[in-house]
Design a binder for this molecule. Structure first.
Ligand code: ADP
Ligand code: ADP
Ligand code: ZN
Length: 215
């Protein structure tokens, strides 16, 4: 099964992707995580992406498309993958279609996670994650069962993203509204778009996604 989680920054894509990885043996392909790894490694791609990411703008389509195409070719994607944060523009959505056809693969579902903008700012500014496994947490909404210990892997180191500040978040929300939300009709027309209530509690969102995938 190959699926897309589509939603604004902070909608809960990463949180739900981690759950789907565990429950369906899929791999999460987060373009944001890949770019942050590229920045940390100091690669050419990382150098090109850093300033754009810090500003909350979108990295050039060609770079992202190449990065994701190469990643899908890796053997761990054979059992199915969850695209998290890609596609984010119409050219990316169209390139994805061509790419999948060329690789003999298809998309099974696109899950739209709908969340009010006010809630997104609060979610993003309180977000942090486990350094070891990437599991996401929140100061108020998703606290580890044991303080300072990751529920998923037992890790004890956490970090916050440099771009998770209110000012950058506003720019990222604008990019979502202007460049990403317009691709929703593309998938609606294909008949594979399922919309879930991203404002619901985390377990309820998971339930709605599972129902959408089973339908
Ligand atoms: P995205 O990957 O879409 O940017 P995340 O999964 O990182 O979003 O979620 C953003 C923040 O909101 C995280 O701190 C996460 O713990 C929290 N969060 C995720 N889903 C919910 C939810 N349904 N209700 C409340 N908080 C949530
Ligand atoms: P969030 O879901 O919280 O918006 P991501 O981790 O998906 O954050 O993305 C962080 C940043 O990485 C984005 O603001 C953007 O600069 C860049 N980025 C990630 N995915 C893409 C993409 N598909 N196209 C262009 N830029 C991207
Ligand atoms: Zn962890």
């Amino acid at each position: 099964m190959n699926i897309i989680l589509l939603g604004a920054p902070g909608a809960g894509k990463g949180t739900q992707a981690k759950r789907l990885e565990d429950s369906h043996s899929l791999v999460q392909l987060s373009t944001g995580d890949m770019l942050r790894a590229a920045v940390a490694s100091g690669s050419d791609l990382g150098r090109q992406a850093k300033a754009v990411m810090d500003a909350g703008k979108l990295v050039a389509d060609e770079l992202i498309i190449r990065m994701i195409s190469d990643r899908i070719d890796e053997p761990d994607c054979k059992g199915g993958f969850i695209l998290d944060g890609f596609p984010r523009t119409s050219p990316q959505a169209e390139a994805l279609d061509k790419m999948l056809t060329g690789k003999g693969l298809r998309l099974d579902a696109v899950i739209e996670m709908k969340v009010d903008e006010d809630a997104l700012v609060e979610r993003i500014t309180g977000r942090y994650s486990c350094v070891k496994c990437g599991a996401g947490y929140h100061d108020k909404f998703q606290i580890p069962a044991k303080a300072g210990v990751c529920d998923r892997c037992g890790g004890t180191e956490f970090n916050r993203r440099a771009d998770d500040n209110e000012e950058t978040v506003r720019t990222r929300l604008e990019a979502y509204r202007g460049q990403t939300a317009p691709i929703l009709p593309y998938y609606r027309d294909k008949g594979i778009l399922k919309t879930v209530d991203g404002m619901a509690a985390i377990d309820e969102v998971t339930r709605q996604i599972e129902a959408g995938l089973a339908a």
